[in-house]
Design a protein around this ligand. Structure first.
Ligand code: LYS
Length: 253
């Protein structure tokens, strides 16, 4: 089950090594299972485990903090957090304001609907109410298709709330990252949901760890990320969460 996020208050520490280093604060939006979510008050997920492995390799002390999604970007900008890991897609718009690590995960948006829905692709969303998490690439994709300020696109602070809107019947569909909607549909069979993909309208995306522009941590973290990918640690974490081997070639693009 997806946990509802109590934004801003929860934080976990997972620091190893590097005693002389200051503790880096890494922000996240812990309402995006299986990448980051709250379990018994702790932030868990693929991103949390990957970060732990990378920081251990980089010998950096850190604290993972549940900032919420949009506050995460504001905190990166003001350097209140030194990094962000949160299923964040690397794109040109964000690259103007933030630096990113090398890509660590391939993703694409998908549409979550109720079983029996006539929606079979993005074109069918015209005139339908669609929920997204505010400030995501899902929102960007819909705005590209239907124009900015489309009243039918409903924006929510968290993806949990965007999905809730579908369950409540407030919207006809949710647009969010494939892994998140696939897992949600699979783990909640009683909700009777279907996932629709549309490779014509949605583009392949890559997640990266975000940094304030010019951060000196980027280099260290990229080096550590490369090591954990090359030494099999990444694959171990990936298999723990996704039960299959990762396609490492996809990350080398
Ligand atoms: N990957 C998408 C983006 O970067 C969605 C991330 C949502 C995380 N809570 O916009």
């Amino acid at each position: 089950m997806l946990a509802l996020a109590a934004c801003g208050s929860q934080s976990t520490s997972g620091s190893e090594g590097g005693s002389k280093n200051e503790k880096l604060v890494v922000g996240t939006d812990a309402a995006y299972a299986p990448f980051e979510y709250l379990k018994d008050g702790k932030i868990v997920g693929f991103d949390a485990d990957l970060l732990k492995a990378v920081m251990k390799e980089a010998k950096l002390k850190y604290e993972l903090k549940n900032t919420g999604w949009e506050p995460l970007f504001a905190s990166l900008k003001s350097e209140q957090v030194q990094a962000g890991i949160s299923a964040i897609t690397i794109n040109d718009k964000r690259k103007q304001t933030y630096d990113f690590s090398s890509p660590y995960f391939e993703s694409i948006n998908k549409i979550l609907v109720k079983e029996g829905s006539p929606i079979k692709g993005v074109d069918d969303l015209k005139g339908k109410k669609v929920s997204v998490q505010n400030g995501t690439t899902g929102q960007d994709a819909l705005e590209k298709k239907f124009g900015k300020g489309d009243a039918n696109v409903k924006k929510y602070e968290t993806n949990v709330l965007a999905i809730q809107a579908l369950l409540n019947g407030e919207v006809d569909a949710v647009v969010a990252d494939n892994t998140v909607v696939d897992e949600y549909a699979k783990n909640n069979p009683d909700k009777k949901l279907t996932v629709v993909d549309d490779k014509t309208n949605f583009e392949s995306e890559y997640y990266g760890i975000a940094f304030p522009k010019g951060s000196e941590n980027k280099k260290k973290i990229d080096k550590a990320l490369k090591t954990v990918i090359d030494n099999g640690t990444y694959s171990k974490v990936y298999k723990k969460w996704f039960k299959v081997e990762p396609n490492l070639d996809a990350l080398k693009k």
